[in-house]
Write a new protein. Structure first.
Length: 163
């Protein structure tokens, strides 16, 4: 078994859709980024790469490369899951903390868990999503940004080659 951690932060701005965990959230502002800026999917993808010892999403999907502009977080995570699977790993479970002063995530948590479970090829019960406010302090608490932390456990599927 291997564990990995991931983190992502994006600025919250006017004129962008808010997409969290692949789910469109009803909110007047969205996250700024070269891609769709989905902090949850990006943090989970980095946790997977970390657990597998395969670097980070900046190496695999550089934001200087125009082919990744507007990249869908679901496509990115699916690509990472496939990469990790080819290296001989399957996901055990995933735990996520979203840090956002607003909006409230509760109405969307189930849909986000289901989407993550599909992408990670696990059961919904293997995925947990928590949300914390910024207590009105710092850039998160002032609504200037949203961050996400994710932890995943990988289990060797028996395909892994030794190096
Ligand atoms: Mg990101």
């Amino acid at each position: 078994m291997r564990v990995g951690i991931g983190h992502d932060t994006h600025r919250l701005v006017e004129g962008r859709p808010l997409i969290l965990g692949g789910v469109r959230i009803d909110h007047p502002r969205g996250l700024l980024g070269h891609s769709d800026a989905d902090v949850i999917l990006h943090a989970v993808a980095d946790a997977l790469l970390g657990a597998a010892g395969l670097g980070d999403i900046g190496e695999h999907f550089p934001d200087t490369d125009p082919q990744w502009k507007g990249l869908d977080g679901g496509r990115l995570l699916a690509d990472v899951v496939a990469l990790v699977a080819r290296a001989g790993w399957k996901v055990g479970n995933c735990d996520v903390i979203l840090h956002a002063q607003e909006p409230k995530l509760t109405p969307y948590k189930r849909a986000i868990r289901e989407n993550l479970a599909d992408l990670l090829r696990v059961q919904v019960s293997d995925v947990n999503v928590k949300a914390k406010t910024g207590e009105h302090v710092g850039p998160i608490g002032r609504g200037e940004s949203i961050s996400c932390e994710a932890v995943v456990l990988l289990q060797g599927s028996g395909l892994r080659t030794e190096d």
